[in-house]
Design a protein around this ligand. Structure first.
Ligand code: ARG
Ligand code: MN
Ligand code: MN
Length: 307
């Protein structure tokens, strides 16, 4: 596989600094070497730069860094569209606001190919606020509502040319949802697997159900992994920790199953804040998870676990 690493040092979608260093931390933790050891061809395309900023205002006074995030969305939409023409793009965040750009670009590509785009959202949060409903004003809480074409972004964020069908979005790991998000997401067909769903059914059943749908639809599959999907005890380097997250084995199992499915066509790792890390342990864990996604396994497995 030809892996293309694309740094997206976005941090203006959060309330604090540090995610800008995320792409460097993935590199320092040995991502390129880990992928090469698996036999992949790796091109590090460096970091994307934001488009020129425009002055923007909005009636919600809480919104933070609107002009900066719109500039990132424009640049990342283009980068995702361009780099998904061939190879396997791996976007290195950067906070989750970057997904407003990447997913829109990937979705334009999918539309052109005549195939539906599916998104697996591994996160503690639904990130389903609009510009009107967010109380924190942190725009990393808005990308899913945006790329699925919900109302509440018109005239401020760029127009979504190829909205992702909400029915094609599957979330796993959810355990922090604001009241407005809960109301809004309930009106859609987004699949929300909260931690209770994992406890009751296990990640295997939840993921297989979704993968079967992707396969039946001949879809493209983008995986968006937020560091806070993981339990804070194993992944402290994130600004929005929520207790009770995915375990080490659950996270690796998901990555291994995704690999075996052969359905994933693009990936992003977001919200890594190296300033909050402990001697790089979260960065190393994230690199190991990406390695599992890209084929690392303890033993050879002759049979595929997903059919
Ligand atoms: N719902 C909260 C907010 O809107 C938290 C969002 C966290 N998002 C994230 N990508 N970590 O402020
Ligand atoms: Mn998120
Ligand atoms: Mn999150």
């Amino acid at each position: 596989m030809h892996c293309k690493l694309i740094g997206a040092p976005v941090q203006d979608g959060t309330g604090r600094m540090g995610c800008e260093m995320g792409p460097s931390a993935f590199r320092a933790a040995g991502l390129t070497q880990a992928l090469e050891e698996l036999g992949h061809n790796v091109t590090d395309l460096g970091n994307v730069e934001p488009a020129p900023k425009r002055a923007l205002t909005h009636s919600n006074p809480a919104l933070k860094n609107l002009s900066e995030i719109v500039a990132w969305i424009e640049a990342l939409d283009k980068a995702a569209y361009d780099h998904s023409a061939d190879g396997f793009p791996i976007f290195l965040g950067g906070d989750h606001a970057l997904a407003a750009g990447t997913v829109c670009g990937l979705s334009r590509r999918a539309k052109e190919l005549g195939r539906p785009l599916f998104v697996l959202w591994l996160d503690a949060h639904t990130d389903f606020h609009t510009l009107e409903t967010t109380a924190s004003g942190n725009l990393h809480g808005t990308p899913v509502a945006y790329y699925t074409g919900q109302k509440g972004f018109e005239g401020t964020f760029p127009e979504v040319l190829a909205p992702v069908d909400p029915a094609n979005v599957c979330m796993i790991g959810i355990r922090s949802v604001d009241p407005a998000e809960r109301v809004a997401i309930s009106k859609t067909e987004v699949t929300v697997n909260d931690m209770r769903m994992i406890d009751e059914h296990g990640v295997v059943a939840l993921l297989n159900r979704f993968l079967q749908r992707v396969k039946d639809a001949n879809g493209l599959l983008h995986v968006s992994l937020d560091v806070d999907f993981l339990d804070p005890n194993i992944a402290p380097a994130v600004g929005t920790t929520v207790p009770g997250g995915a375990t080490f084995r659950e996270a690796h199992l998901i990555m291994e199953m995704l690999h075996d499915s052969e359905l994933v066509t693009s990936f992003e790792a977001v919200e890594l804040n190296p300033f909050l890390d402990e001697r790089g342990r979260t960065a190393f864990l994230m690199v190991d998870l990406i390695a599992s996604l890209m084929g690392r396994s303890v033993m050879d497995r002759p049979t595929r676990s997903f059919a």
